[in-house]
Design a protein around this ligand. Structure first.
Ligand code: NAD
Ligand code: UGA
Length: 430
């Protein structure tokens, strides 16, 4: 099938490359011309494991192309996915400017039936607005359908998540739209949930909110564990083995970050309030998450007493491992707070250094964890990269001024580090 994807970011590029791998002919479009020029040269603007190879092989098979023209996309495809960003406005509301802009441009170029699919995460009832926008701007009277097909991939494991999804959700209002999407996804042998558009939109916000709530629940529990000397890792396993609860998303730490959970919770709280419902449950989830960063900061203060002029080595800048994405990364907030208190900051991340250099000022970027630990009063782990789990702590101890490890992801064994002479501070884990 011939499809286009408007918006070639984390979701657009991964979906485009995967649809091409399934045998479809895909055009990935973006209004960032620099990005499109790079992609045409085979330069991938993001780090996502396996994506470079998947893109290269599908370009070679002539199933994947790039363009900055929505007109070309509309001419060449029957199905057009919208995968542009839907960031949060100041008040938490989702900014749907890019969605509206793309919908208008699609309408202006349509000369026959097209299926326009929301892939971006949007508040419930956005589909109604997309339909209205297209009807208003369409030049040649023709039939069209709007559908919602939310994406559930996670960065770092995006290709696997796309190719082996737990489920595919399609929100449709016509048989034609349903049949087109079922045919498109047929090669993926996953359960398909067919709903109306509003239910599909809600499923996406509800999924992210529920996952975020699981994280806040375990982070709240970590606070109780700290008070009584219980271990949050054991508690999580003990509750998570109950299949009704599940082990996933029960890792306590510094709280969730990234480009999705924080903004999607804000957007869901906002749209619920507009619909006349005060979603207190989500407000609590968000509040606990915000507090968790303060909690880690307090732990550093409790260990060091005075932060001013102390050197803190931050391991990890990405919001999670296996990505270079630093959008809403807890690392950035905690670095800002530590700098405000007068700390000297050294940082190291295996993949997110380049993007961090664009926004982090007055920090020392290091080439590896050993260079980072030299002269530090505290080693602070923010991202659980595999590389950090295998460090030579005997070597690190010799280099640090004070042997203190604040493990904001609970990746180390407290006993082992204590045996080596470190002071170990975990999150509900000691
Ligand atoms: P992104 O910022 O990485 O990519 C968005 C792209 O859209 C950018 O390259 C931008 O230049 C382009 N764009 C903006 N306006 C455009 C226009 N008018 N015409 C053409 N291109 C335009 O964002 P992302 O992380 O890929 O997220 C996209 C959407 O998918 C969001 O709604 C997000 O919530 C959702 N989502 C993201 C993930 C994820 O893991 N990142 C997972 C599931 C869903
Ligand atoms: C999340 C969802 O998992 C995806 O299903 C969804 O498609 C995506 O958002 C989206 O809508 O954009 P992502 O943000 O890429 O994916 O990464 P996650 O693995 O969900 O992690 C999100 C944050 O939660 C990270 O900061 C991570 O460190 C944190 N987290 C995750 C925890 O603190 N504890 C956990 O147990 C799991």
């Amino acid at each position: 099938m011939r499809i286009s994807i408007i918006g070639s970011g984390y979701v657009g590029l991964v979906s485009g490359a995967c649809f091409a791998e399934l045998g479809h002919r895909v055009l990935c479009v973006d209004n960032n011309r620099k990005k499109i020029t790079s992609l045409k040269k085979g330069i991938i603007p993001i780090y996502e494991p396996g994506l470079d190879k998947l893109i290269a092989s599908n370009i070679k098979k002539k199933r994947l192309g790039f363009s900055s023209s929505i007109k070309e996309a509309v001419q060449k495809s029957e199905i057009i996915f919208i995968a542009v960003g839907t960031p949060a406005l100041e008040n938490g509301e989702a900014d749907l400017t890019y969605i509206e802009n793309v919908a208008r441009n699609i309408a202006l170029n349509m000369d026959g039936y097209r299926l326009i699919v929301e892939k971006s995460t949007v508040p419930v009832e956005t589909g109604e607005w997309v339909k209205k926008t297209i009807s208003t701007h369409i030049r040649h009277k023709t039939e069209f359908d709007v559908a919602s097909n939310p994406e559930f991939l996670r960065e770092g494991v995006a290709i696997n998540d796309f190719m082996q999804p737990d489920r595919i959700v399609i929100g449709v209002e016509s048989k034609r739209a349903k049949d087109l999407l079922l045919k498109l996804y047929k090669p993926l042998k996953a359960p398909v949930v067919v709903t109306n558009i509003k239910s599909a939109e809600l499923i996406k916000h509800a999924s992210n909110s529920f996952l975020a709530a699981k994280i806040s629940f375990i982070n709240a529990l970590s606070r109780i564990c700290d008070r009584v000397g219980a271990d949050v890792i054991e508690v999580a396993r003990g509750i998570g083995l109950d299949k009704r609860i599940g082990l996933d998303f029960l890792k306590a730490g510094i709280g969730y970050g990234g480009s999705c959970f924080p903004k999607d919770l804000d957007a869901f709280i906002n749209i619920s309030s507009k619909l006349g419902y005060d979603f207190k449950f989500l407000k609590a989830t968000k509040e606990i998450n915000d507090e968790q960063k303060e909690y880690v900061l307090q732990k550093i203060k409790d260990a060091l007493w005075i932060i001013k002029d102390k050197t803190i080595g931050v391991l990890g800048l990405a919001f999670k491992p296996d990505t270079d994405d630093i959008r809403n990364s807890p690392a950035l907030d905690i670095i800002t707070s530590l700098k405000r208190e007068g700390a000297k900051i050294k940082v190291y991340d295996p993949r997110a250094q380049a993007k961090s250099r664009e926004i982090l000022e007055k920090v020392q970027f290091c080439r590896n964890p050993y260079e980072l630990s030299r002269g530090c009063d505290c080693l602070l782990v923010i991202t659980e990269w595999e590389e950090f789990k295998k460090l030579d702590f005997s070597r690190i101890k010799k280099q640090m001024r004070l042997p203190l490890v604040v493990d904001a992801r609970n990746i180390y064994s407290p006993e082992k580090l204590k045996q080596l002479g470190f002071q170990y501070v975990g999150i509900g884990h000691r």
